[in-house]
Design a protein around this ligand. Structure first.
Ligand SMILES: [Zn+2]
Length: 374
């Protein structure tokens, strides 16, 4: 099977991450169809392959190509995609046109899965003398809360170097920001809106909080800067409060997204804003609820021996620092990790998501040569 056929078969199997929503039909939601397909492919190669349960009906897959080399590489890609709302191309038809494949996940990151699996299969078939061991891991839930990769790292895998698939236009991401998301909630006292003075508006309270958060975010932006990643950022992404126009609201919630630099602690970031708000003496309490955090990807030095080997297998490319998060940061505390793959992040999550097939083929060849001739 060609890498393009593999990619078509993956795009035709929906694996939408509901990301907390309840309106995604069950025949489109979660990764099980992709997991079953990949498991079939790996079993037909005759390699050791097992499932690692992460959540109900959601399993990571881990497969092993074993040699007598002292070197082991971990290749990781996520099985899930974002939802398909508003797409202008058929999301699961995997249409080929002008050297591109269109569909949800084509770029992010089923192209990455296809090239890793194709390179892995070629290693198994050809068994090049001196080739490195490869652990292939396909995880769940990257697009929402990184549950899959966190479970994967509990399996105590050991490897010398990890490549995490994300669209990088065949460049190498050696560092990226992390993220922590949490919510702040104000309370009040509800009453009929014809007598608003008898109640306390949680929305008015939150308005003061939001104005202070904006001030804090501006300060944060100028407080410090990483030479490659720039400054940390904070954004209020959602606000919700009240039940009807004729009721003074007794609850208001905002959702915050704080991007972390390498070395920044997620809880410390939350606590720092809380202390800033406490110093304002608003005279009401603000409840905090943390949702999830993913650390920044600590940079891999350009002269790391396995990164140098990988760079040689790629040929001309750039080393990048990016603001978005990936599975790599959960791997890098244990195994040095970089991000690499075909396609452009600009096409990820878009209404006409596509990937250039020539890049997918090149990526498969690069990964094969990286492991075959370490
Ligand atoms: Zn992705």
């Amino acid at each position: 099977m060609t890498v393009t056929e593999l990619l078509q078969n993956l795009v035709r199997r929906p694996s939408i991450n509901p990301m907390g929503r309840t309106d995604i039909p069950s025949d489109l939601a979660h990764e099980s169809r992709v997991t079953a397909y990949l498991e079939g492919q790996l079993k037909s190669l005759g390699v050791e392959c097992h499932r690692q349960p992460v959540a109900a009906g959601r399993d990571n897959l881990i497969a092993f190509y074993r040699t007598d080399s002292p070197i082991t590489y971990l290749w990781e890609a996520h099985q899930d995609t974002v939802p398909v709302d508003g797409m202008t191309v058929e999301p699961f038809a995997a249409v080929l046109r002008d050297g591109k494949l269109f569909g949800r996940g084509a770029c992010d990151v089923k192209a990455g899965i296809a090239c890793m699996l194709a390179a892995f299969a070629r290693l198994v078939r050809e068994k090049p003398v001196g080739s490195a061991n490869v652990i292939l891991a396909f995880t769940v839930d990257e697009e929402h809360t990184f549950l899959g990769v966190q479970e994967l790292m509990k399996a105590n895998l050991t490897a010398d170097f990890a490549v995490v698939a994300e669209p990088t236009l065949l460049n190498v991401v050696t560092t990226h920001k992390g993220v922590v998301r949490w919510q702040l909630e104000t309370g009040g006292r509800a009453c009929h809106s014809s007598r608003p003075d008898e109640g306390v508006s949680a929305v008015y309270r939150m308005a003061k909080v939001v104005a202070a958060v904006e001030e804090y975010a501006e300060k944060l932006r100028t407080s410090r800067s990483h030479p490659r990643l720039g400054s940390p950022t904070l954004s209020v992404g959602m606000i919700a409060g009240g039940v009807s126009p004729n009721t003074v609201p007794d609850q208001c919630v905002i959702q915050l997204d704080r991007r972390l630099l390498p070395g920044e602690d997620a809880q410390a970031a939350i606590d720092d804003l809380s202390a800033f708000l406490a110093a304002r003496d608003f005279g009401f309490s603000i409840a905090t609820k943390r949702h999830f955090a993913c650390p920044a990807l600590s940079p891999t030095a350009d002269d790391h021996p396995h990164l140098q080997r990988f760079a040689k297998a790629i040929g001309p490319h750039e080393k990048l620092a990016v603001p978005y998060g990936t599975d790599a940061s959960s791997i890098s505390p244990t195994i040095p990790a970089v991000v690499f793959g075909p396609g452009d992040i600009a096409q990820a999550h878009t209404k006409d998501e596509w990937v250039e097939l020539a890049q997918v083929e090149r990526a498969a060849d690069i990964l094969f040569r990286f492991a075959a001739f370490p």
